[in-house]
Design a protein around this ligand. Structure first.
Ligand SMILES: [Zn+2]
Ligand SMILES: [Zn+2]
Length: 414
């Protein structure tokens, strides 16, 4: 009788760096995610887990979403390993590589949500889900009579929460193993919804007489939409950098996503980012954005009008343009608070602290709350529950079915 093995090569007890393998005893293999560990995101020396065998072919590599901790080691894979992911995810990954390293040569086969497809002997069904990355998926993998559901990263308080609610109401049946992310497990965590955040931003913008400087990730499209909607309600204009504008343009075909050129949205064209783009041979992007853009100098006048994207790479150009925060302005860190301790976060924080600017941090997690995780696990009711992408497994997990703890690199028979 053929056996099915599941090996978590990395992320069995850490947040990020996911690399999971499903293999048959005939030697057919499928890889789920090839992420960089979070601690090594900026480190070029980080390598694939040593237990991942690169000497024999795989049927395919499936990437759940365009976060580095899920695809960042893609270029370390053999050139002939076939890559699969969502259409928008492929675009975002290509853009990420193009900006940081240079164009990527690989081809990506893309899938559609809820449409099953075959990868060698593996039948794969992707399910679009709610996460801070755009176009994130859960994956159902069927092989040799076994059904494995891999959650990727997800939450149920973003703008696509309905997808996860539907999954809870109508879970896939007869799941042998649920491999679920547990970033927020073992922590006391209640998360606000993006809709609640939107309301908080509206109030913040209304009670501020000057500019609102907001630091958020240009890839977090849910948050860009939240801020844009809050601007419309508060009568302000959202100012994004060239990179964020490019992400919005790239995703325009996938929904009603705010675009450069729309009312109440402006692209700030700054010197440092423009010369970085030129250096990468991407000056045509800057030129295109400049047509819909404003210079940083504009932000010095009519301060009550602007909600300004803030990141360390923009600060120097803001200062040169006479844009220095004053006592009428506020700032908000709308990202994971842990990033505030990193050099880029520190730089942003210092800029506001030396200018004695009030901070109001408004953010919500990109990952499911402990309550959502237990709800999903109980609804799926898999024979085996394996947690990944978390590090607090020893803490109490309320209402969670029994968990099978696995070790990095050690195969587990499903
Ligand atoms: Zn992740
Ligand atoms: Zn993620």
């Amino acid at each position: 009788m053929c056996k099915v093995y599941l090996t978590v090569h990395r992320a069995a007890s850490e947040i990020g760096g996911n690399c999971i393998e499903i293999a048959t005893s005939r030697g057919e293999r499928l890889i789920l995610d090839v992420g960089k560990p979070l601690e090594g995101l900026l480190d070029c020396e980080v390598s694939l887990p040593g237990t991942l065998d690169l000497s024999t072919q795989v049927s395919g590599v499936l990437l759940t979403h365009a976060h580095q901790d899920h695809y960042g080691l893609l270029q370390s894979l053999p050139d002939d390993w076939p890559i699969y992911c969502g259409r928008a995810t492929a675009k975002l990954i290509k853009l990420g590589f193009e900006i940081i390293h240079g164009p990527i040569e690989r081809t990506f086969s893309t899938w559609q949500t809820s449409k099953p497809f075959d990868v060698g002997p593996f039948k794969v069904t992707p399910f679009l889900t709610d996460h801070s990355a755009f176009d994130a998926y859960m994956l159902l993998v069927e092989v040799d009579g076994k059904r494995i559901l891999y959650s990727g990263d997800f939450r149920m308080h973003g703008r696509k929460a309905a997808l996860v609610e539907r999954l809870i109401r109508k879970p896939p049946s007869d799941i042998n193993a649920l491999v679920m992310e547990g970033t927020n497990l073992g922590r006391e965590k209640v998360c606000k919804s993006e809709a609640e955040l939107e309301e908080e931003f509206v109030q913040l913008f209304k009670r501020t007489s000057g500019r609102a400087f907001i630091a958020w990730s240009g890839q977090n499209v849910d948050r860009t939409v939240t801020l844009y909607r809050a601007c419309l309600k508060a009568g302000r204009t959202l100012v994004v950098d060239i990179y964020t504008a490019e992400v919005l343009e790239l995703l325009s075909e996938y929904g009603r996503i705010p675009q450069p050129g729309w009312p109440s949205l402006k692209v700030v064209v700054t010197k440092t980012l423009s010369s970085f783009y030129r250096h990468k041979g991407r000056e045509q992007v800057t030129e295109r954005m400049a047509k819909k853009g404003i210079s940083a100098k504009k932000l010095a006048a009519t301060p009550e009008k602007w909600v300004v994207m803030t990141r360390s790479s923009l600060i120097k150009d803001y200062i040169a343009a006479g844009v220095t925060p004053d006592s009428n302005d506020i700032w908000s860190w709308s990202m994971w608070p842990g990033y505030l301790n990193k050099p880029h976060g520190q730089e942003v924080k210092n800029w506001f602290e030396i200018n004695k600017i009030t901070s109001t941090h408004i953010h919500t997690s990109g990952h499911a709350t402990p309550a959502t995780l237990s709800e999903i696990a109980r609804s799926i009711n898999a024979k085996v529950l394996i947690l990944v992408h978390g590090d607090a497994w020893k803490n109490e997990m309320k209402d969670m079915p029994p968990v099978t703890q696995v070790t990095n690199g050690v195969p587990f028979v499903i």
